[in-house]
Design a binder for this molecule. Structure first.
Ligand SMILES: *Cc1c(COP(=O)(O)O)cnc(C)c1O
Length: 421
């Protein structure tokens, strides 16, 4: 459920007409709903009720300072995957002991920043990383709290580019080698073993892969305890999918997921950490764009929008589906017409949808891409010298620009000319 609904025939973001925002900030833009962000965070928080837990929002999904602040004030921790994200989390007011550091390629600088600023734990992804982390921690005279990310070799049954839990993926340590690696870690004085970490992929639409992975984690936890390690925390990753396209088989709810966690891992008495990103931010955002032209081609018609693949790359990158709806509610009983919906970028890949049945639309009208709050703005670029599009946050009947559109001068003046030119 989200808070983008038609009211009196026009699309609203909470209590704000989307067209009012367009009139003020221009198109295209992203708009996020505070109520939806909070609702989704609380669904996870409630799903784990009864277990000691922390929901660490995977901020790579949407790392705008205002989004982070909104979630942090509601009690969320943060899952970061770079030094930049760590700084963003701190800048949004998140204390270090609520920040978890994931990622396969943490650099020495990134490790230092987190150890200096405070960290809940590092999710270690390889032996070389463990050796470096131990070295830096000893150099700084501290002990780095760690979990080790295990790769359970489970098929997440999702798009290949976002599956992370198969043995051929670059992530984690093969679960079969985990006991040896924990033994190594226990001998490193710069490290403090806290628990086990697993994350098998993103946009999962069934629970079965989680069940398989968490059973393996439960088994491993018991073995590790028998080996003499203190395992008090399980980080279970993120990845629960959202219904981009309404079908009969909607993805499972956070409550179903929570019940699965309790069933598979509850008996271990560990503190549970989860790292949802997409399910918190995805349906909390729209990308709003304007129809520039309606173009008739050979046997097909094109809707050419002012939004493009540089603004929202998911369709080009993951063959992703986004619902695209007009901002003015169509008349009931309208005759749908199939369009190829495209942006202005000079690539055929700049196609959002092919032969999508749409209500009648004219140049100048606004359309909204639903479920664009996660992996939208954060993955945008200035390809074709199109300035990054603004982000807007709505709360009830208020809205605020939370990242302005840069001017063309700002964009151009980021480049510098060497003195020999
Ligand atoms: C990307 C990622 C997540 C979040 O995945 P979602 O599908 O957005 O929930 C969580 N943990 C790790 C380690 C990740 O890389």
């Amino acid at each position: 459920m989200d808070h983008f609904l038609y009211r009196d025939g026009v699309l609203h973001a909470e209590d704000v007409p989307v067209a009012d925002i367009a009139a003020e900030v221009g198109t295209p833009f992203y708009v996020y709903s505070t109520a939806t962000l909070l609702r989704h965070f609380r669904l996870f928080d409630e799903a784990l009720e009864g277990m000691d837990h922390l929901v660490c929002y995977a901020m790579k999904a949407n790392s705008n300072q205002a989004v982070l602040r909104t979630l942090a004030e509601a009690g969320a921790g943060m899952d970061v995957v770079s030094g930049g994200e760590y700084r963003r989390a701190r800048a949004a007011g998140v204390p270090g002991d609520r920040i978890v550091f994931s990622g396969v390629g943490k650099t020495a600088d990134e490790i230092r920043i987190a150890l200096e600023g405070g960290i809940r734990q590092f999710n270690v992804e390889s032996e070389p990383e463990m050796i470096l982390l131990d070295f830096i921690a000893r150099e700084m005279g501290v002990r780095a709290p760690i979990t080790i990310r295990v790769n359970p070799d489970v098929d997440a049954k999702t798009h290949a580019k976002i599956a992370t839990g198969k043995s051929e993926n670059k992530f984690g340590i093969p679960i079969a080698r985990a006991r040896d690696v924990y033994r190594m870690a226990a001998e490193m004085p710069g490290l403090e073993i806290i628990g086990v970490d697993v994350h098998i992929g993103s946009q999962l639409t069934e629970l079965a892969p989680y069940e398989l992975a968490y059973q393996k984690v439960a088994e491993l936890t018991e073995q590790l305890r028998a080996d003499g390690h203190t395992i008090t925390r399980l980080d279970l990753g993120g990845g629960l999918g959202i219904p981009y396209e309404r079908t009969n088989a909607d993805p499972p709810l956070p409550s179903d997921y929570g019940a699965l966690v309790k069933r598979t891992l509850g008996h271990l008495g560990c503190e549970i950490e989860i790292e949802p990103g997409r399910l918190i931010a995805g349906n909390a955002g729209l990308m709003v764009t304007q129809v520039i032209y309606v173009k008739s081609g050979e046997g097909r018609d094109f809707l050419i929008l002012d939004g493009a693949m540089n603004d929202l790359i998911r369709p080009a990158m993951y063959d992703a589906y986004h619902d695209i709806i007009p901002v003015v509610e169509p008349e009931p009983g309208f005759e749908p017409h199939p369009y190829d919906i495209v942006g202005p970028v000079c690539e055929s890949g700049d196609t959002f949808a092919k032969q999508r049945p749409m209500p009648p639309l004219k140049a100048g009208e606004l359309v909204a891409f639903r479920s664009a709050g996660a992996y939208g703005a954060v993955m945008s670029s200035e390809y074709n010298s199109r300035p990054l599009i603004p982000e807007v946050l709505v709360k009830d009947d208020q809205f605020a620009v939370i990242r302005p559109r840069p001017t063309f001068d700002e964009m151009i003046n980021r480049d510098t000319i060497p003195e020999w030119l």
